[in-house]
Write a protein that binds this ligand. Structure first.
Ligand SMILES: NC(=O)c1ccc[n+]([C@@H]2O[C@H](COP(=O)([O-])OP(=O)(O)OC[C@H]3O[C@@H](n4cnc5c(N)ncnc54)[C@H](OP(=O)(O)O)[C@@H]3O)[C@@H](O)[C@H]2O)c1
Length: 296
């Protein structure tokens, strides 16, 4: 599995494993979380995506319990986590309404919680989860710079940011932002043509793609896209999901798909996507099916 440079001393695996759904699994025991991590590591998938809010603010703790039971794993993985969404559940159950908080105080408190819950002493990459219409970029930027300076986070990125959100925050930071984590798949491909991908490509910054299988819809919904995914999968002796991931990997923007399956046997074959060689016409056959019409 090739690796993507993030900073001068940090790289991510090309395919990332996401833990949004970790708490939805019927088995959340540390041993099973460990088995998922080890199945990823066996394929060279070393980067794990978390967020404070996942699982009602409980997913980081599920990972932390697994890492506590198997501390040797801590040196083998990179952890990305996020902050900024406050929903009235879990430790924020007393809040009146779901909202965003990118204040320095909230970000710093969230990082402390993430470190404690995951039992780690630094976060490899902290992402601001969503653009916050109330963001005071000077306050947020200074807080993020200070967290990098303190060593509690090694790098900073954003998620679901448009280019103008990125430049606003970056204008108030000394630390370069390293990535934007956006929705990108055959079911959500606007970023490829609306400037979001181009903005990052121009800056030579890699993109993290969330819900690369459309949250499973690509595989569970009858569609022309799925038919092509299956046909191409047969050619390469892989399943349709692997072809959907290969479609992202084939793009020149160095897209890192974040896979969300809880199924251990699916996790064990996540790297099958690398077996698929996607030529331009196959890429466009899938894109055309996803658009529902021929390109103009
Ligand atoms: N930054 C953000 O705002 C944001 C938002 C959403 C997600 N994320 C990140 O992206 C990660 C991935 O998101 P995601 O879970 O939506 O990704 P996904 O990989 O597109 O979808 C995973 C879902 O698809 C199902 N699935 C996978 N393979 C399948 C197959 N062959 N047939 C039928 N169903 C299949 C899985 O079910 P099984 O478990 O049964 O396999 C699971 O429910 C998250 O964990 C999180 O880290 C970030």
């Amino acid at each position: 599995m090739n690796r993507i440079p993030i900073t001068s001393d940090l790289t991510f695996s090309r395919i990332v494993y996401g833990m949004w759904r970790l708490g939805d699994d019927s088995d959340t025991a540390p041993a099973f979380v460990q088995a998922k991590i080890e199945a990823c590591l066996a394929q060279g998938i070393t980067t794990f995506d978390q967020a404070d809010i996942y699982g009602g603010y409980e997913s980081e703790e599920l990972l932390g319990k697994a890492l506590c039971a198997a501390p040797h794993l801590k040196d083998k993985i990179e952890i990305v986590t996020k902050c900024g969404i406050v929903a009235p559940v879990g430790r924020f159950a007393d809040r009146r309404i779901k909202h965003y908080d990118t204040s320095a105080a909230h970000i710093s408190a969230s990082v402390e919680n993430s470190l404690r819950l995951m039992g780690i002493d630094k976060i490899d990459t902290l992402l601001i989860h969503r653009p916050d219409p109330m963001m005071d970029h000077q306050d947020t930027g200074a807080a993020l710079d200070a967290l990098v300076a303190s060593g509690k986070i090694r790098s900073v990125g954003v998620s679901n940011f448009r280019p103008h959100d990125w430049t606003l925050l970056q204008s108030a930071m000394a630390t370069p932002l390293v990535t934007n984590q956006i929705e990108l798949s055959l079911t959500a491909h606007d970023a490829l043509t609306n400037g979001d991908t181009a903005f990052l490509q121009e800056r030579n910054l890699p993109i993290m793609a969330w819900s690369p299988l459309g949250g499973g819809a690509l595989l569970t919904t009858d569609s022309a896209t799925r038919d092509i995914l299956r046909r191409v999968g047969n050619e390469f002796s892989v399943d349709a999901a692997a072809v959907a991931v290969a479609w992202l990997l084939a793009h020149p923007a160095r897209i890192m798909p974040i896979m969300g399956t809880n199924n251990l046997s699916r996790i064990k074959s996540l790297s099958d996507a690398l077996k698929v060689t996607m030529d331009r016409q196959t890429w466009f056959a899938l894109y055309t099916a996803a658009l529902g019409k021929e390109v103009p």
